[in-house]
Design a protein around this ligand. Structure first.
Ligand SMILES: NC(=O)N[C@@H](CC(=O)O)C(=O)O
Length: 571
């Protein structure tokens, strides 16, 4: 199954986007290069399964460590679950990556003080996350009684110097969504800090001037805040610009421009209370583009570039490194990273979409990531036709059937399935009063959007081990869509012409939002909304060999046009 990371946001619509600084430096013949200590990401959603595999390299390329959010399905509520999750993250890391996942526990009304002790002793859990129940994605199991049932746990956290990471929004539907952070500060956070002045608290993804003032008013070293790139570069207009923009929807929701400016001033002031936390939050595309789209913006690929851009625009590049690389570890009492990375001003345009495969992988990964899907994809786990028991079928709902079907005469769906199993070249079947089978590649298979109910179920043949591959996680059943997600791809080979046609059509349909080239797989694609940096000079991480590299998209053109000779001036 091929999925796509959508990158819909045009930096050209940023309120402050310009290339003035670049042009001035260029005119001086300056070398535009930043050398900063390896940054960390103090708020990161990596998900699990195929999605984890798809996104991990973006974070691992840019960041040394990441505080990994626990809001999986089911949430990471225990140290044992955190240890297992950490293992799967480490397994998904690209070879030679030394990225360190710092695990968190999901606080519930029933979390015990013993669990906090275990977490601290584990050496892998670094914080506990407070989601008010219902506040955001996968927060249903969150806290409903912070000042009651959670008190013993909070006391234990103080004892172990375990930070509490807070999604700072009330969930009362009576409270206007734009006021939820402010009301949370008054009704929850302030009383919490008064009650537990020794508790380390990180107010996550602050979005308002109120939050900035609040954090600044608290004791340094005990209360801090993370800031996302989206809340630094977007205001709430971005949600409605030219139509509803689901890819700019995250929680806490974007606020008005004055709030954005307050956050920019806070982070660029050099205050130690604010540090980098991307809140990079990938979602299946269909879960964003539907009648009830979920919250979260995927930004791991571009976050660092955007932060650098914000600091540059504020004339505060000298403060960037503390924000990205010092304030976070200092707050957590962890050592700062020792290695350096280079950001180079380069003519870099973030690709409009990023495709990845699940269950299947592109035949030629580099081509695929550059948008050339003509090589098609191959199974990660081959079918074992000789032993039919080893093959299974995964249902892809609501599809517009691929081309080249063959009709065969059988009585019911079971016979249709058996007929497909008996035929080694059969890659899928469908039964809808008659039995259709497909051999080999599935050409132009399209899964329709959730709003279009005209499609029919396609049963795609996959290796049984692939279905159990994710440890048959009890969740396999619950999470049919994930299986579907992983199983769909069966041999589908797209011809360039089909792709181009569909891609263009998609571009028309989405009126300025730039989605995947792999048209027709809408319901199975990952939506991982992010920003498209302007096709001008952007701060881009430099690879080891001096090229401008993003692991996912291969070496990019390194610009020799602008060079800023004196590193020291920049940090
Ligand atoms: N930021 C979001 O809008 N979504 C996050 C959860 C969160 O951090 O609120 C997610 O997990 O998708």
């Amino acid at each position: 199954m091929i999925k796509t990371l959508a990158l819909p946001y045009k930096a050209s619509t940023l309120p402050f986007a310009n290339v003035r600084v670049f042009n001035q430096l260029k005119a001086k013949g300056a070398k535009m290069e930043l050398s900063i200590t390896q940054p960390d990401d103090w708020h990161l959603h990596l998900r699990d399964g195929d999605l984890l595999e798809a996104v991990i390299s973006h974070s691992a390329f840019h960041f040394g460590r990441g505080i990994v959010m626990p809001n999986l399905k089911p949430p990471i509520k225990t140290t044992a679950a955190a240890v297992a999750y950490r293992e799967s993250i480490l397994n998904a890391l690209p070879a030679n990556s030394d990225f360190i996942p710092l695990m968190t526990l999901y606080l519930t009304d029933t979390t015990t003080p013993e669990e906090i002790k275990l977490a601290r002793e584990s050496g892998v859990v670094y914080a506990v996350k407070l989601y008010p129940a219902g506040a955001t994605t996968n927060s249903q199991d969150g806290v409903t009684d912070l000042f009651g049932k959670c008190l013993p746990v909070l006391e234990e956290m103080v004892k172990h110097n375990m930070p509490l990471l807070v999604h700072g929004e009330v969930t009362d539907p009576e409270v206007d969504i734009f006021d939820r952070e402010r009301v949370f500060i008054d009704t929850v956070l302030r009383p919490l800090i008064q009650k537990f002045p020794q508790l380390k608290v990180v107010m996550e993804h602050v979005t308002t001037a109120d939050a900035v003032r609040f954090v600044e008013s608290c004791s340094e070293g005990f209360v801090a805040a993370t800031v996302t790139p989206q809340h630094l570069v977007l205001n709430r207009n971005s949600l409605f610009q030219g139509g509803l923009q689901p890819h700019n929807y995250c929680l806490p929701v974007l606020k008005r421009e004055t709030h954005r400016q307050a956050i920019v001033s806070a982070v660029t002031s050099g205050s130690k209370r604010f540090f980098l936390g991307t809140d990079s939050a990938p979602h299946e595309r269909r879960k964003k583009e539907c009648s009830c789209g979920c919250a979260g913006i995927y930004n791991a690929l571009v976050a660092l570039s955007l932060y650098a851009k914000v600091f540059e625009e504020a004339g505060a590049l000298d403060k960037l490194e503390a924000f990205t690389s010092f304030n976070g570890p200092d707050f957590y009492g962890l050592p700062r990273n020792t290695s350096k990375i280079k950001l180079i001003k380069s003519r870099w345009k973030v690709p409009e979409s990023l495709s990845y495969a699940s269950g299947f992988e592109p035949r030629i990964k580099a081509d695929w990531e550059l948008g050339d899907h003509s090589g098609g994809c191959v199974r990660k786990i081959p079918l074992q036709c000789e032993n039919r028991e080893n093959d299974k079928f995964s249902v892809v709902p609501n599809t517009h059937f691929p081309e080249n079907s063959e009709s065969i005469t059988v009585g019911n769906i079971d016979e249709c399935e058996l007929a497909c199993l008996r035929n080694c070249s059969c890659s899928a079947y469908a039964f809808d009063n008659r039995c259709l089978i497909w051999r080999g590649c599935l050409f132009n298979l399209q899964e329709l959007s959730s709003d279009d109910k005209s499609g029919r179920d396609l049963h795609v043949r996959v290796a049984a081990s692939q279905l159990v591959g994710t440890e048959a996680k009890a969740k396999a059943k619950r999470n049919t869509s994930l299986i579907v997600f992983g199983a769909v791809c069966v041999f589908f080979c797209f011809f360039g012409s089909v792709l181009v046609f569909l891609w263009r059509k998609r571009q028309r349909d989405t009126a300025g939002l730039h989605y995947n080239e792999v048209e027709g797989f809408g319901d199975q694609e990952l939506d991982a909304a992010s920003f498209t940096c302007e096709e001008d000079m952007n701060w881009v991480r430099q690879g080891i060999d001096g090229t401008i590299v993003d692991e996912t998209i291969g070496p990019l053109e390194a610009s020799a046009e602008a060079q800023f000779e004196d590193d020291e001036e920049m940090i």
